[in-house]
Design a protein around this ligand. Structure first.
Ligand SMILES: [Zn+2]
Ligand SMILES: [Zn+2]
Length: 344
């Protein structure tokens, strides 16, 4: 009898707990942690996580390379899951609905950037998995207005990398302009999605990898790249634009050298090593060097609406949630093609 009571109390307790891989100290490792199940406040939803992609930004959070260091924190901002609790005042979302939760977790709505349609540059933003808890967990709380309904097409795991790699890639490609010939420097999670988007748009893609990384070059060709080679090589014709999905600052002058007059180089990473000084002639003739920061909700709406039509196939490697450290280590070492996805 007592043991039965204990058992039922245990069951209740179990239902009231969530689990997460939490960063408690900058530098890691993430620690398997049990926490009380969070409750959504007004305007928020609770989502039972079914998949969460692993992004290079998660490495920057763990390594303390971004300015707002906050611990303890649960990383992860490529979240797919189903709503299991809805806070007061939430409209347009239902229990059980599948949603995606991206990096942009909240914006102030009143700063000049928010009011000017540039909420990606908000002065007082909240970022999922960086300044608020993210998806390396069994459950997550999100501001309902920043969650994207995902519908029922596609598996949870295959959709997860779209929530950051896909979205940032989409925004980067838009900022790269209308050019036909696009170079992608660094062929990881984002580039493997952008290559497919660019091809669908009728553009040609040249993929630049670490010199000698023939397996990633072959992977890029499989995804439709018309040329793939080392970042130390120049394509046969100049590029209209280049996007750098790499943290290596040395690639900036290299990419500038590869773009035509009036061409654009887009830096898509949140963190980069210092850019070495370079001759002004690399920028001369109206070449442009720009960066892409975060996303707007409109980016998400535009991109996710087109995903079924674009027939994007994400290449994913699954890890159980409690192996988040292994996933991060494999990402750091470049041990898989495409994207890593954690599954609780
Ligand atoms: Zn704002
Ligand atoms: Zn990301």
């Amino acid at each position: 009898m007592i043991s039965n009571q204990f058992q039922s109390l245990f069951e209740i307790y179990k239902n009231k707990a969530m689990h997460a891989m939490m960063l408690k100290k900058i530098g890691g490792p993430l620690e398997w942690t049990e926490l009380a199940d969070p409750l959504p406040g007004p305007g928020e939803i609770r989502v039972k996580v079914s998949a969460c992609g692993v992004c290079r930004t998660d490495l920057h959070v763990v390594d303390g390379e971004l300015p707002d260091r906050k611990v303890p924190i649960i990383p992860g901002h490529e979240i797919v899951g189903r709503i299991d609790l809805i806070g007061a005042g939430v409209e347009g979302l239902g229990l059980g609905e599948r949603v995606g939760i991206p990096w942009l977790g909240h914006t102030c709505g009143v700063c000049p950037y928010c009011r000017g349609g540039h909420e990606n540059l908000c002065d007082h933003p909240v970022f999922t998995g960086y300044t608020r808890n993210g998806g390396f967990a069994t459950a997550v709380i999100a501001d309902a207005r920043f969650a994207f309904p995902l519908g029922e097409a596609g598996s949870d795991v295959s959709l997860a990398p779209l929530l950051c790699a896909g979205l940032i890639g989409w925004r980067s490609l838009a900022i790269a302009g209308e050019g036909e010939k696009i170079g992608l420097y660094g062929f990881g999670s984002a580039a493997h999605i952008v290559a497919q988007v660019a091809k669908w748009q009728g553009r040609s893609v040249c993929a630049f990898t670490r010199p000698g990384d023939v397996s990633t070059q072959a992977f890029a060709r499989q995804l439709g790249a018309i040329w793939a080679g080392g970042s130390d090589e120049l394509p046969s014709e100049s590029l209209d634009a280049a996007i750098i999905f790499s943290t290596v600052g040395e690639l900036v002058p290299i990419a500038l050298r590869a773009v035509r007059k009036g061409g654009r180089v887009v830096c898509a990473e949140i963190h980069m090593s210092d850019i070495p000084s370079f001759a002004y002639r690399l920028l001369w003739e109206e070449r442009q060097l720009v960066s892409v920061a975060n996303l707007t909700r409109q980016d998400g709406i535009d991109f996710l609406r087109l995903v079924p039509e674009m027939n994007i196939i994400t290449k994913t490697t699954r890890y159980p949630l409690n192996q988040a450290n292994e996933a991060l280590a494999d990402l750091r070492a470049g041990r898989f093609e495409g994207a890593a996805v954690l599954v609780p």
